[in-house]
Design a protein around this ligand. Structure first.
Ligand SMILES: [Cu+2]
Length: 136
């Protein structure tokens, strides 16, 4: 009986230490890569609001959550990330801001889903926003 009780407390202690280690791991992970989230709406082929620049710090995990009133294909230059947006739902664009600098986020043809590899003549882009990644 005494032995059983003791092994219970030993097991409980080990479990608690493991749980604490896992929690500490999550805390460190969260501190190392804070996710910066931005909600951005495109209305009438323009970004709503007054700010035309999104600022983050190098090393940040970034989520740009897009809404649009019209289908459009977006292109984050420099990072070379593309996303096709539709009015039906919001579309997240996730990336690690590994490179510092100023990068244009452009809209390719609105209305139709644009082909980025189309001939240059047809590749019209509208700059919607700038992403600024500041060095730490
Ligand atoms: Cu482009």
């Amino acid at each position: 009986m005494r032995n059983m009780e003791m092994s219970f407390w030993l097991t409980a202690g080990a479990l608690w230490r493991r749980t604490a280690a896992v929690l500490l791991g999550f805390a460190l992970l969260a501190a190392a890569s804070p996710a910066r989230e931005f909600d951005i709406s495109i209305v009438g082929r323009r970004v709503e609001g007054t700010s035309t620049t999104i600022r983050v710090t190098r090393g940040d995990s970034v989520i740009l959550r897009w809404r649009t009133d019209e289908s459009v294909s977006l292109h984050l230059h420099g990072y070379d990330i593309q996303a096709t947006l539709s009015p039906a739902s919001s579309t997240p664009m996730r990336f690690e801001a590994a490179v510092a600098g100023r990068f244009a986020i452009t809209a390719h043809e609105f209305g139709v889903v644009a082909d980025h590899d189309a001939p240059p003549r047809k590749h019209r882009e509208i700059t919607l926003l700038y992403l600024e990644v500041l060095p730490e």
